[in-house]
Write a protein that binds this ligand. Structure first.
Ligand SMILES: O=C(O)CCC(=O)C(=O)O
Ligand SMILES: [Fe+2]
Length: 365
């Protein structure tokens, strides 16, 4: 029997606690979105509001050739303005990208009871979690999204605990993207006058969490969001998206790509990866690089998958503006704290744009 959606509590139990997710709700037959998913008007995403923009993808293989300086400039400029760019010839085999997206579909297409074994509290490992929305207990309106997240600790743990359908391609994706992440960070910090040595690379990129996001079709895409406005908390995010589209980024300052306050779509480009700057890199760079505010639209016709790798410090690492940058700037715009504290704050609240960065302000709110 289809669940009753008119009472808040049975819906919450069905979707969140029992692990049916948004997908289970959609599969049970639904002609309009339940009230709990209706966003306030100012959070809704109209496709017409945003201008499609052609952001030329950056060819990373050219970092090793005569165009080195132009590529560095392109990476730096995108990080200082939009906080988002796309890369091609990134070293991750294109055939692997297809396998990762296939694995995401395979995972979410399983019956709910197969996914529910990874719900918080019952998952065989604290490093694998299946869930829905972002922090459902704290949100006024839920996000139209299910996810499974895998935190990398070791190959052994991954092979033992990660979902069967995902472990092999996900591990390979994490491994083959590592060099690219190091290279991008080396370039960005280099421009700040900081040489990225092994110990720094280990600190700022020492932890990795990969999410598989699944956005089911939605009967009222104009009323819902797939993911609400937020920035990512880590150093960099490497995002693999499929061909459906719907990822938007907010322009913070006027730049070639748009004017301040405008939302622009990051169009899917086959074989490219999307890179975005996270709060940690904004803090490390003392505000020179911008973590990007972004959000995701839902669609009524096709479900979408996206697979971000969140590259972050470890919870026990201390974060703050890099001393070399502070010396040059003459002032530190952020305070120092443990990354674990930042994480707890980030996951303790619903998405609310770049408010997550308030935690790092010199005078804590
Ligand atoms: O689905 C996307 O394109 C982006 C997802 C996202 O922003 C996130 O998981 O943090
Ligand atoms: Fe994000």
């Amino acid at each position: 029997m289809a669940p009753s959606f008119d009472n808040q509590s049975p819906l919450f139990d069905f979707v969140v606690k029992d692990g049916n997710g948004v997908k289970g709700m959609v599969d049970s037959g639904l002609s309009e979105v339940p009230d709990q998913y209706i966003q306030p008007p100012h959070e809704r995403i109209s496709k017409l509001d945003s201008n499609p923009h052609v952001l030329t993808p950056i060819d990373l293989s050219q970092l090793d050739g005569p165009n080195h300086d132009q590529v560095v400039e392109a990476l730096v400029k995108a990080s200082e303005t939009l906080g988002f760019f796309q890369v091609v010839n990134h070293g991750v085999p294109v055939e692997l990208l297809e396998r990762v997206k296939d694995a995401a579909h395979q995972f979410f297409n399983q019956p709910p009871e197969k996914k529910a074994v990874y719900l918080k509290g019952v998952s065989p490992s604290p490093f694998v979690k299946y869930g829905t929305s972002f922090v459902p207990e704290k949100e006024k309106a839920l996000e139209w999204k299910d996810y499974v997240s895998m935190v990398y600790t070791s190959d052994e743990e991954a092979i033992k605990y990660w979902p069967e359908k995902c472990k092999e391609p996900v591990l390979e994706f994490l491994k083959t993207s590592t060099k690219m992440v190091g290279r991008i960070l080396e370039v960005l910090l280099g421009k700040l006058g900081v040489t990225l040595d092994d110990s720094m690379a280990d600190t700022y990129t020492g932890a990795r969490m990969l999410n598989m996001n699944f956005y089911p079709t939605c009967p009222n895409p104009e009323l819902t969001v797939g993911v609400g406005r937020h920035s990512d908390m880590g150093t960099l995010t490497v995002l693999l998206q499929d061909g459906i589209g719907g990822l938007y980024v907010k322009v913070e300052d006027d730049c070639d790509t748009g004017s301040k306050g405008e939302w622009i779509e990051i169009p899917p480009i086959p074989s490219a990866l999307v890179i975005n700057i996270g709060d940690t890199l904004q803090i490390l760079s003392n505000g020179k690089y911008k973590s990007a505010e972004h959000r995701v639209r839902t669609t009524s016709t096709q479900s979408r998958v996206s697979i971000p790798i969140f590259v972050t410090p470890r919870q026990t690492d201390k974060i703050g503006p890099l001393p070399q940058v502070v010396e040059k700037d003459g002032v530190a715009h952020y305070r120092e704290f443990l990354f674990g504290e930042y994480m707890n704050n980030f996951f303790g609240k619903a998405h609310e744009g770049k408010k997550s960065l308030d935690f790092a302000q010199k005078t804590a709110p």
